[in-house]
Design a protein. Structure first.
Length: 310
């Protein structure tokens, strides 16, 4: 039996509730296959479109009707964890029952501790929510204290910090459920970022990269594997060019060299490779696999994906 943390990419969830409800049925089959092979599976996922939709809905409603309050960003993250988990756990429960597998599924609203002195807070870069004109963006900066930045010629968006995860608050509960042979959905969207002040946890308007949160969770759970499932089958160098090379194996040393050479895009493959390096370097014998969602079982058997090791 292997303990596997699975980090689901955006292709597993979709952009709207209806789209997500349909897609998770397919996603559940891949996860159930890993459980059916006798593994302990912990599921993490992103929440970019979902948390942006929730945040925008409250902003729009508040502007149209002063009786409806705006919702703080950490609370929007908690809502996204709840409704994504609801869809995922129901789809996975159904798939497990149909396959005759005994494993209950639970979603944990998860807080992840970050350092209030993380340099990321000095330079927010993670765009969230809708696009605005320069004029409206300026108004939002003045009235709400948002930091607005131009995004690829499409308009201005609010940006928040993306600090690194330090600890998972609900870790002991996650361990208890996993050791009781339950499948746990956790650190959704990278977790709700919180700063610890004495006995109090204070939510902050930030987004933790889900790949880094998944790597930290896998490390804390002493997992054997970190599976980062995405839309492509392999990590590649010279991606999208005639000389593209798909990598089936990648050492930490090689990965660091490829990063220096600029082979991996910042908003795409780079955080996945960096998270894989983080996990595999944390203890001898740990393995990270970057693979496509559709071929997760083949990746576990060594027949697909990119295996990252020390």
């Amino acid at each position: 039996m292997k303990r596997i943390v699975v980090a689901l990419g955006g292709n597993a969830l979709g952009n709207t509730p209806a789209e997500q409800h349909a897609l998770v049925k397919h996603t559940a089959k891949s996860i159930a296959a890993l459980i059916g092979a006798g593994n302990e599976v912990i599921v993490a996922h992103g929440n970019g479109p979902q948390v942006g939709m929730i945040n925008l809905a409250f902003e729009t409603a508040s502007s149209a009707n002063g009786k409806i309050p705006e919702m703080p960003f950490p609370e929007c993250g908690a809502m996204s964890q709840g409704y994504i988990g609801y869809h995922l756990q129901n789809a996975l429960r159904r798939e497990l029952l149909e396959e005759g597998l005994k494993s209950d599924v639970a979603t944990i609203i998860t807080q992840v501790v970050v350092d209030e002195h993380d340099a990321a807070f000095l330079n927010p870069t993670k765009p969230i929510g809708s696009f605005y004109s320069q004029e409206v963006a300026k108004e939002l900066e003045e009235s709400k204290g948002y930091i607005m930045k131009e995004d690829a010629g499409r308009g201005y968006r609010r940006v928040v910090a993306s600090p690194k995860p330090i600890d998972v608050v609900e870790l002991n509960m996650i361990k208890t459920l996993v050791e009781a042979n339950h499948c746990v959905i956790t650190v959704g969207g990278g977790g709700i970022p919180v700063i610890q002040k004495g006995h109090e946890l204070i939510g902050v308007a930030a987004v933790i990269d889900k790949d880094f949160a998944s790597a930290k969770l896998a490390e804390l759970l002493d997992a054997d594997y970190l599976f980062i499932l995405t839309a492509v089958e392999h990590v590649s160098i010279h991606y999208g060019k005639p000389n593209q090379i798909n990598l089936t194996k990648l050492s930490v040393k090689e990965a660091r060299e490829y990063i220096k050479e600029g082979h991996f895009a910042k908003g795409s493959m780079l955080p996945k490779v960096e998270a894989a390096i983080q996990f595999t370097s944390s203890k001898k014998g740990r393995v990270a696999v970057i693979a496509s969602l559709e071929k997760s079982k083949e990746a576990l058997e060594g027949n697909s994906g990119t295996v990252v090791t020390v």
